[in-house]
Design a protein around this ligand. Sequence first.
Ligand code: TXA
Ligand code: MG
Length: 339
Amino acid sequence: METLKLDAIADYENSINVASEILNGGGIVAVPTETVYGLAASAYNDDAIKSIFAAKGRPQDNPLIVHISNLDMLSDIACDIPDVAYQCARAFWPGPFTMVLPKGDKIAESVSGGLKTVAVRFPSDKTICDIIEKSGLPLAAPSANTSGKPSPTTAAHVIDDLDGKINAVVIGGDCMVGVESTVVSLVGEKPRLLRPGAVTPEQLRAILPELIVDDAVLEKLKDGVAAASPGMKYKHYAPNTTAFLVEGCSNSFVSFVNSKENAAAICFEEEYYNVNVPKMSYGSKRDESTLAQNVFSCLRDIDSLNVKEVYIHAPSKDGVGLAVYNRLIRACGFEVIKL
Ligand code: TXA
Ligand code: MG
């Protein structure tokens, strides 16, 4: 199939209109959001949702997030909505925050991969919200990458992965946040953080003091344990180059990587000039938001350096750093080297 390229920077109105028509006709369209690009389809159209899974090569049991553009839509998506969900909505929406709630019966079966729950997000990005408004549809949208690859933060990333496999891509700017939304489940006895993102545990605890951080956020799931969030059990974000996460101070990181052959480094800007192997900086170690913005681009670009191994300097787990660390341990298949 030919993938239509809709340039939302040059011709915004037309891009929104054409994307909305395609979605209403049961097509699938990649769209920018503030976190990462998403691959969208009508949350009411089971066949369209199935084409998302096919285009990404995504396992059928890994459910999708439904995107809305105003709070009134929430009752079309979820049912038995607790008060605390509205408190979270007031605090964190629109924005990079997703809640898991009991699923409403209008939502297509395959959105939730057989679960009785549904994940919902009200993004802050204008483009996706205008497409939801114009089409009149809640949009189910996973990240717009081939399953297993780093999430796309630019339209070029989407085109690299999905050109010829989807109906259209809305070309907007680069994503501001850079890592996917924070996912919190509100269906268990206590609220549970399933995936860290730009809304941090500290911010969440102001509304959800009993918040539990799921084990899978920082650890590999043990065999036989059911994942609270199916997405957490799959290998994810990995470059083809074998990647290792390295914890330690700048001096020890620099001497460690400089002793390696046929290797590259993803490091902090503070140590960049001292690293003597092929290298990329993903930002200052003191600025977790910038690390989040750049981490997926670096993981995508590393294969072009044609080395056997890449050593990635681990960020702090503070604030948004927890989200960056969570993506990196998956990219490294949980191989952490402590110096
Ligand atoms: O920022 C984001 O969330 C981006 C943009 C496009 O909105 N979307 C995104 O979607 O990251 P995806 O499909 O790549 O990740 C969705 C995550 C997966 O880990 C999935 O397992 C989890 O949310 N999830 C979805 N529905 C769920 C449910 N009902 N229960 C538990 N986890 C769920
Ligand atoms: Mg994804």
